[in-house]
Ligand binder design. Structure first.
Ligand SMILES: Cc1cc2nc3c(=O)[nH]c(=O)nc-3n(C[C@H](O)[C@H](O)[C@H](O)COP(=O)(O)O)c2cc1C
Length: 233
């Protein structure tokens, strides 16, 4: 059994809240995992060429190509993304968008597998976590847990954070804000978020070890998706 973890943050691993939370989830599963950072990777969005329609293999050649085997080989996914404009950042969006290659005919590579969705935002990480859950649903993957935390917006380190009228420090602490290490958000300093991540990992590990029924999960997710479609119109 193997889990594929994806950190969609563009920040270095030691400063990214997304990376920390995805790693914490994975470490608590008790199952072998692979953790891939999308930082620096060149992954474009789906170009709707339909080159994958016949064989479920994307024909676009970029850094996504080498990740295909890892996606196919995994039994579950832990995907995390930063909140950019209340949605996923672009590289994570492109990465998941390219899962369109698995959607054709009887291509059930992803169907009935399990996932954990992770989001981190300068204010709120729930938007990207919810978006990842929706992407999982389109692939009939069950989201067993969602985790979100608050990370350090760039405004704390850009050099203008104390004086900028539209930055997060002034938004949160007012005009006379002084940026000190104590006020800079870090998921490691949020015990409830770290505990939530560990719990998510343990739950995912338990579900996988219990040998979940992929067919039943697929049927549930197909139904859930139909319900979502109906409620949207
Ligand atoms: C282009 C851009 C847009 C952002 N938009 C939002 C936003 O709409 N809401 C929010 O809460 N944080 C926003 N942020 C802040 C990031 O979500 C925050 O820095 C987070 O910690 C990033 O996660 P990471 O440290 O793992 O990269 C934005 C950051 C950037 C660079």
């Amino acid at each position: 059994m193997k889990i594929l973890g994806i950190s969609g943050s563009s920040r270095k691993e030691d400063t990214s809240g997304v990376y920390k939370l995805v790693k914490t989830v994975l470490e608590n599963t008790g199952i072998e995992y692979d953790l891939v950072s999308l930082r620096g990777k060149k992954i474009g969005g789906c170009i709707a060429c339909l080159g994958c329609a016949k064989d479920n293999i994307c024909k676009v050649s970029d850094d996504m190509t080498e990740l295909r085997d890892k996606i196919v080989g995994a039994d579950a996914y832990v995907i995390g993304a930063p909140n950019y404009y209340s949605t996923l950042n672009a590289v994570t969006h492109s990465f998941i968008e390219r899962w369109f290659q698995f959607r054709h005919q009887d291509g059930n590579t992803l169907w009935g597998k399990l996932g954990v969705a992770v989001g981190v935002g300068g204010m709120d990480g729930r938007f990207p976590a919810n978006d990842i859950e929706k992407f999982f649903l389109y692939s009939f993957i069950e989201t067993v847990a969602k985790v979100s935390g608050q990370g350090a917006a760039s405004c704390y380190s850009c050099g203008y954070g104390e004086t900028c009228g539209v930055g997060i420090p002034q938004m949160l602490y007012g005009k006379n804000v002084r940026i000190t290490p104590e006020i800079i958000p870090d998921v490691s300093k949020q015990p409830e978020v770290m505990a939530e991540s560990a719990d998510a990992g343990r739950l995912l590990g338990k579900r996988l070890r219990n040998g979940h029924d992929r067919k039943a999960v697929t049927q549930n997710m197909q139904q859930k998706m139909m319900d979502m479609m109906k409620s949207a119109v």
